[in-house]
Design a binder for this molecule. Structure first.
Ligand SMILES: Cc1ncc(C[n+]2csc(CCOP(=O)(O)OP(=O)(O)O)c2C)c(N)n1
Length: 260
């Protein structure tokens, strides 16, 4: 299963580089898999083709998940994943557009991906470019005011070439999203602001594919219910795995689970 291979790559990268954000990566593996293998009109051989779809990982701290997916999709060799987040590496911890083909936007400072995606969607409309824009945000990231400005303008302009996906895992860096800034009824909030809104199991490949393929007349949001740390029993729904990196024993245990 490719999603399992992506998780294994992420685990190796995090362990080797001793870096953070493994939980944030594991919660979006199925979303990235569906986008890159079933939805996006892209070609790894011509990564800059004009009418391509563009994906923005707005929660740029989960860069390892995107690198692992891009490698599986053929954008670059899997060997390059060893150059993640190390001195003289090639793949930085937060996304840098100039690092490697396939990274559309530099992100890491939360709250910028959707406003940038909005601008790209407007530009595509003005240029009669058929490319669609997809933006993946964290649910904690939806605390940022800039996100809501973009939500309002996209709805006003009825940008049906723009899709947002919210990684709704209920956890952020230092607590539960509902305790940090409660955004009850997140789906209803987007709907009231004028978006075509859907709620799906963010680990269900068929459901994600069906909803992301739906053609609608407005901007679309998919609130994807996920589990932070998904796939490794001792990491699932555990806040500490936002920042912790697996030690040697934890690495072996996690690998065993993925291989089992
Ligand atoms: C503007 C900004 N403030 C703070 C941070 C530090 N930070 C990195 S990840 C994170 C938590 C984000 O939570 P969420 O959006 O729910 O993403 P998830 O943890 O699910 O990946 C924070 C606060 C940041 N990257 N950017």
């Amino acid at each position: 299963m490719l999603t399992n291979d992506i998780r294994k790559s992420i685990l190796h990268m995090m362990h080797y580089s001793k870096s953070s954000h493994i939980g944030a990566c594991f919660s979006i593996v199925e979303i990235l898999y569906v986008l890159y293998f079933k939805i996006l009109n892209i070609d790894p051989a011509t990564p800059f083709m004009t009418e391509r779809d563009k994906f923005i990982l707005s929660k740029g701290h989960a860069s390892a998940a995107l690198y692992a997916t891009l490698a599986e999709r053929g954008f670059f060799s899997k060997e390059l994943l060893n150059k993640y987040y190390i001195n003289s590496g090639v793949l930085p911890g937060h996304l840098d557009k100039s690092s490697i083909p396939g990274i559309e936007v530099s992100t890491g400072s939360l709250g910028h991906g959707l406003p940038i995606g909005l601008g790209m969607a407007i530009a595509n409309r003005l240029n009669s470019n058929k490319g669609n824009i997809f933006v993946l945000l964290g649910d904690g990231e939806c605390n940022e005011g800039s996100v809501w400005e973009a939500i309002m303008l996209a709805a006003h302009l009825k940008l049906n070439n723009l899709t947002a996906i919210v990684d709704y895992n209920g956890l952020q860096g230092f607590g539960e999203t509902k305790d940090v800034l409660n955004q009850e009824n997140l789906l209803e909030r987007w709907r009231i602001f004028g978006w075509e809104s859907f709620f799906v199991d963010g680990h269900n490949i068929d459901d994600l594919t069906t909803i992301l393929k739906l053609q609608v007349q407005k901007p679309k949001v998919v609130i994807a219910k996920t589990i932070k740390g998904k796939g490794i029993s001792f990491m699932e729904n555990k806040l500490e795995w936002h920042y912790k990196s697996p030690n040697d024993l934890q690495f072996q245990l996690a690998l065993k689970e993925l291989e089992g």
